[in-house]
Design a protein around this ligand. Structure first.
Ligand SMILES: *[C@@H]1O[C@H](CO)[C@@H](O)[C@H](O)[C@H]1NC(C)=O
Length: 339
């Protein structure tokens, strides 16, 4: 496992900074130790950090250990085949990584994959007792940037230290289910006027043959096929990065550079969330909110949306999201009709 590197600064300078960071983390360890004494043993079961717990052989739940090892190995092998070019990360690439310095955690949030609940849980974990119950935190509060810190806010040596020593995790979901979920949430709800104005009007202008003036102005009735035309249009990507709600996980979280320690899946959200909270010794202190099944986008629903898409566009869209299918072991959906 090679640690991710951020810059090619001169060695001497790095050495100085590493020393400074080590000293900083020494203070941090002392702080953690003391706060443990004060608050009882809720947050940490052992003196080990979660990475040591994860990669040691004496875990309680060995089924989970095997599942997660297999996911890591699959991810690594796909990266070796498809993403051999290494590139240097910039702080801007780390905007999606949320930092929990208290437990030594880095979480890359992917919209439409339980990220509101993970942000809530991280607010509990990093809040120094300010919050107890994740579900008492309003959803909009969980998305206020200043409530959580992201890795891009740290200095280069601080970033490298965290990339090497913290447990990195991510949650992923079947790519087209995530896409349909994003479409339903952003384009079929009347209240999302910001998305209608910003993206809807543009999509209708470019991809609807004879739009009404009302539609051009409001942008609130984008159909799923128009959304797909927009996504696969090369013009769209040349213009600016995709919005995070439909950007590929591969581009949001750089899994082939960062080597995530735990790959959680939306399909096994409850088990995977419990596993992570156990690894950091916080499973007694905080419960991951169990998912509501009522409004969620399912595979059947996704298949319905794809019925309207021609095989030609299905294929283009599949190619666009192909890395997310491969990296996270999702097979090509059976409802797709291209060869
Ligand atoms: C990949 O998916 C297949 C089929 O769903 C499954 O049998 C296999 O265990 C998965 N592999 C990993 C590493 O998760």
């Amino acid at each position: 496992r090679k640690p991710a590197r951020l810059t090619n600064m001169r060695k001497a300078k790095i050495f100085q900074m590493v020393l400074a960071t080590c000293f900083g983390s020494f203070l941090l360890v002392i702080y953690l130790f003391q706060s443990n004494l004060n608050e009882g043993k809720n947050l940490r079961k052992s003196g080990r950090n979660p990475l040591q717990t994860l990669y040691s052989n004496d875990q309680i739940e060995s089924d989970a250990q095997v599942i997660h090892q297999n996911r890591r190995e699959l991810l690594d092998s796909v990266c070796q085949v498809y993403a051999r070019k290494r590139r240097v990360l910039t702080p801007d690439d780390l905007k999606h990584l949320i930092v929990d310095d208290r437990h030594g955690l880095l979480y890359c949030y992917v919209p439409k994959v339980a990220c509101t609940n993970w942000k809530r849980v991280l607010m509990v974990l990093t809040g120094d007792g300010k919050y107890q119950d994740p579900l008492k935190i309003p959803a909009n509060e969980a998305h206020i940037p200043s409530n959580l810190r992201t890795l891009s806010e740290y200095s280069t040596p601080e970033i490298n230290h965290r990339l090497r020593n913290y447990m990195k995790f991510i949650f992923v979901r079947e790519p087209f289910e995530r896409l349909v979920s994003a479409y339903r949430n952003k384009f079929t709800r009347k209240y999302n006027t910001a998305f209608h104005k910003r993206y809807g009007t543009k999509i209708i202008r470019r991809h609807r043959p004879q739009p009404s003036t009302d539609a051009l102005e409001k942008g609130d009735d984008v159909s799923f096929d128009e959304f797909v035309y927009y996504l696969v249009d090369p013009h769209t990507q040349r213009e600016e990065p995709f919005n995070e709600h439909w950007e590929r996980v591969h581009s949001l979280c750089h899994p082939c550079i960062l080597h995530y320690d735990v790959v959680g899946k939306y399909e096994t959200l409850d088990d995977d969330a419990r596993y992570i909270l156990q690894l950091i010794g916080a499973d007694k202190a905080v419960k991951f909110p169990s998912s509501s099944q009522t409004a969620r986008t399912t595979d059947d629903m996704t298949a319905q949306f794809f019925k309207k898409i021609t095989p030609f566009y299905q294929k283009k869209l599949y190619n666009l999201y192909k890395m997310d299918f491969l990296l996270f072991n999702y097979s090509k959906p059976s409802y797709l009709t291209f060869r």
